[in-house]
Design a protein around this ligand. Sequence first.
Ligand SMILES: Nc1ncnc2c1ncn2[C@@H]1O[C@H](COP(=O)(O)OP(=O)(O)OP(=O)(O)O)[C@@H](O)[C@H]1O
Ligand SMILES: [Mg+2]
Length: 172
Amino acid sequence: MISGTPGTGKTQVAGILAKKLSFKLIAVNDFAEAHGLIIGNDDVRGSLVIDEEKLKAEIEKISGDVVVEGHLAHFCSADLVVILRTNPAELEKRLLSRDWSPEKISENVEAEILDVILQEAVEVNSNVVEIDTTDIDAGYVSKVISNMVRNKSYGVYRPGKVSWESYFDRFS
Ligand SMILES: Nc1ncnc2c1ncn2[C@@H]1O[C@H](COP(=O)(O)OP(=O)(O)OP(=O)(O)O)[C@@H](O)[C@H]1O
Ligand SMILES: [Mg+2]
């Protein structure tokens, strides 16, 4: 599972990783659409609402090696759950290039500062790692992940290393 705040590079990293490992690639949004798991539209956030329970159940049915990427991926159980992290200032830059409202951008930057996805992930999974991708490209990130998958050694990537504490007052 590859999850993280929007703009942290999930889609890019997962694409490279799936090729590297010769695993099947599943994007949560496409998968949910194909399996009729979309239960609505969040007009405020401009995003799809996915039935999380059914998503979990459907994902658990998949057999074989697979890389699942997308928001909500961290709610599903997996051998390894990778949360991508990005420095809030860099993340804001990336999101500003999207056609998003200022509210949606700051909501997501704030979520990154407060470790929201990471915390959600560790609540339901014990095998969670986080990778700060700010200064490394997607190719290198996928190399780090493929090494973890092969060696089952997570060392410095255990949760708790990434801290955006210095941004607490800047974005509040
Ligand atoms: N490690 C990286 N370093 C610099 N830029 C990156 C990195 N990873 C991704 N990017 C850039 O950040 C942007 C967002 O990447 P991507 O679409 O993969 O994010 P995402 O997490 O899938 O976002 P979303 O949740 O909206 O689908 C892209 O423009 C991509 O080129
Ligand atoms: Mg994406």
